[in-house]
Design a protein. Structure first.
Length: 183
């Protein structure tokens, strides 16, 4: 999949994040009148370009990743340190969360993992990238699976889902996945 990726420092201010995405779009396309708008469900889309272009955005801890593509795309990421055992914090019930949001195969995959938290994150990021691709959101999580319980699928409902390498200092501490059609 031919994509263009931008990495920014994350901010809690939605307007600043939008301005960063807008700036990346204009820098990438050179079209000052191009705009990033959002559907009612918050999925970003682009208006004002001569050719159709798609955008997806994820925030993970201190970074925001913006992906542009000529075909529909979805990206998600997590800072994996968030899922490491920390004796100072109460451990989330990853099995309970999986049972709430995941398919039975995915729940088993989390249960069978050496580190439930990491496996939960690996599944979550894949699912989130796929629903960002479709625009359906979390309500669709239980309607598809990214694993057969043992290995991860390369495609979900015919859509490729794979790891996205995003180069920046400390990127090895993050997991990013991208969903989209091959170009």
């Amino acid at each position: 999949m031919a994509v263009k990726t931008f990495v920014f420092e994350n901010t809690k201010d939605k307007e600043k994040r939008h301005a960063q995405v807008q700036s990346a779009l204009r820098q990438y396309t050179g079209v000052d009148s191009a705009e990033v708008l959002y559907t009612g469900r918050g999925k970003p889309y682009i208006k004002g370009l001569p050719e159709e272009m798609y955008v997806s955005v994820t925030t993970a801890d201190e970074v925001m990743v913006v992906v542009f593509s000529g075909k529909p795309v979805g990206v998600d990421g997590e800072h994996m340190a968030r899922f490491e055992n920390d004796t100072r914090r109460k451990k989330p019930d990853y099995i309970g969360l999986a049972e709430r949001f995941f398919s039975p195969d995915e729940v088993e995959c989390v249960r069978d993992a050496d580190v439930e938290a990491e496996r939960f994150a690996e599944i979550w990021v894949r699912k989130e990238a796929y629903v960002k691709y479709t625009g359906k959101g979390l309500s669709d999580f239980s309607n598809f699976s990214v694993t057969d319980g043992i290995k991860f699928y390369n495609k979900v409902n015919g859509v490729p889902v794979k790891k996205l390498n995003v180069p920046f200092p400390g990127s090895g501490e993050y997991l990013f996945m991208i969903a989209g059609e091959d170009e």
